[in-house]
Write a protein that binds this ligand. Structure first.
Ligand code: AMP
Ligand code: ZN
Length: 471
């Protein structure tokens, strides 16, 4: 049984999906007006760990992530760059998918774009007008009347007294102290340039919040299981989504709300507006890999703030190199069954601890501790002479952990391992071992392996031939 901290009730709840055969997951996606920074990717990585943990527990997940390709910011910046909106956002959509791949984030099933779902948004707005939840004001915009939805504020816990019904707010983003009727449809004005669509209320464009209400309903239905985002999405974005969707459909919108805390830098939220951000590209330019960034960003529980530093990436590099090395040594274990029973016992205990950890509101520290315990045991068993069948059990368990971590590279290590800088003496011994094996002189081959080990080297037999690996 999985458990999650549901922001709605501020408690940990057992997870009961509407349809256990397929969990519906909606994750608010990027606003494609710039390269996403690693703060944004902390949110997407939390969602990746969530989805992988659900899958690890046997659930099939239908994952929808929107791409916000029209809103205040995309219009503002495309106009400033004098580039048509679609061309402007296309560049950042492409970059987003490249970054997802580098960070090993599993792809969603659907990435609906706001600009190709305007009719669905118009329909939802029309329903809200028909049901009396929305009105057109003098400025020709359509607003949601928060007064008509008594539960307004239930997610972000806003007192009714602070709500200023009848006061209108036209921007997509605003603070809690300016709670007001918010725009569903924004009438065209000069600032929008040629960005406009026809609607029953005149030319204009949708507000940001209606995008997610209309697109989640289209792909996941009126009520679905899990909706996520960063904590800053809670208000106004998710609060407004709830108001729109529950008023339009007359039923509960989402059963579990999960929000991840911020990535900070010098203890301040990493954000584009503060200018204190790194994109993945910035870090690649400094020589770090998506794999190293992933390791840093997944290592802290999603509900705790994570302070980023370049030093953390150096530690990641060292930690990952140790794993690579351990896997290479396990792969190099000689044939035989020595220590198989101990390896099997350790793998079984590791899996049980790991499953309990990820099921407990994605307890990443416990999951990592299950990993490190097995790393330690594997190191000890190697020292005690574990042979290939026991080593395989351990490697399989690391592969199993990696279904959630997505970072261990148990198998890719072969590709990375070739040590181009192996001394000539080592290369000569590797060649001599190959000759011995060809001549079926396995005793000699094993003796050479031992000799290499004493020199601090191991041999991994790849399809393309043996490769020396530094221990
Ligand atoms: P945006 O493109 O601004 O809509 O943000 C996309 C996602 O990134 C949202 O879920 C935000 O809550 C999240 N986000 C933005 N900044 C941070 C940060 N510093 N740490 C974690 N998540 C963030
Ligand atoms: Zn959203």
């Amino acid at each position: 049984m999985m458990k999650f901290f549901n922001t709605m009730g501020r408690t940990v709840e057992e997870f009961n999906p509407i349809n256990p055969a397929e969990v519906g997951l909606y994750t608010c996606g990027p606003t494609v007006y710039n390269f996403a920074h690693i703060g944004n990717f902390r949110a997407y990585l939390f969602e990746d760990i969530l989805k992988r943990s659900l899958e690890y527990n046997g659930y099939k997940v239908k994952h929808v992530m929107n791409l916000t390709d029209v809103d205040d910011k995309t219009i503002r910046d495309s106009q400033a760059a004098k580039i048509p909106l679609n061309d402007f956002t296309a560049k950042y959509k492409k970059a987003f998918f490249e970054d997802l791949d580098k960070l090993r984030i599993e792809r969603a099933d659907v990435y609906p774009e706001a600009t190709t779902h305007i009719p669905e948004m118009i329909d939802t707005i029309q329903t809200l007008l028909d049901k009396g939840y929305a009105y057109q004001s003098d400025d020709k915009c359509i607003y949601f009347s928060i007064d008509k939805f008594p539960e307004y504020g239930k997610l972000a816990k806003i007192d009714r007294e602070n709500q200023r019904a009848g006061v209108r707010i036209n921007t997509d983003e605003y603070a809690k102290d300016s709670v007001a009727d918010f725009a569903l449809w924004k009438a065209w004005d000069e600032k929008d340039g040629d960005v406009k669509w026809d609607s029953p209320w005149g030319e204009g464009r949708p507000g940001w919040h209606i995008e997610c209400s209309a697109m989640s309903m289209k792909y996941l239905g009126k009520t679905f299981d899990i909706h996520t985002g960063g904590v800053d999405n809670m208000f106004p974005h998710h609060e407004d989504e709830i108001a729109q969707s529950e008023s339009a459909n007359g039923c509960r919108f989402v059963n579990y709300w999960l929000h991840c805390e911020h990535l900070t830098i010098d203890k301040k939220k990493m954000s584009k507006s503060l200018g204190n951000f790194y994109t993945l590209r910035d870090l690649e330019a400094k020589g770090y890999s998506g794999r190293e960034v992933r390791w840093v960003l997944i290592g802290t529980h999603y509900r705790a703030k994570l302070n980023f530093s370049i030093g953390a990436l150096d530690s990641a590099r060292a930690a990952l190199a140790k794993f690579d090395n351990l896997f290479a040594r396990l792969k190099a274990a000689p044939a035989g069954d020595a220590k198989l029973a101990e390896a099997t016992e350790a793998a079984k205990a590791g899996k049980a601890a790991f499953t309990a950890a990820v099921s407990d509101d994605l307890n990443i520290s416990e999951a990592l501790s299950a990993l490190f315990v097995l790393v330690k045991t594997a190191g000890r068993l190697l020292a005690e002479g574990v042979q290939a069948s026991g080593a395989k059990v351990l490697l399989d368990q690391f592969r199993d952990f990696d279904k959630v971590f997505g970072v261990l590279d148990v198998d890719a290590v072969k590709e990375e391992a070739p040590a181009a800088d192996a001394p000539a003496e080592v290369l000569a011994l590797v060649a001599a071992r190959t000759e011995a094996k060809k001549a079926k002189d396995f005793a000699k081959a094993d003796a050479i392996r031992d000799q290499l080990k004493e020199m601090g080297w191991s041999v991994v037999d790849k399809a393309t031939g043996p490769v020396p690996v530094k221990l």
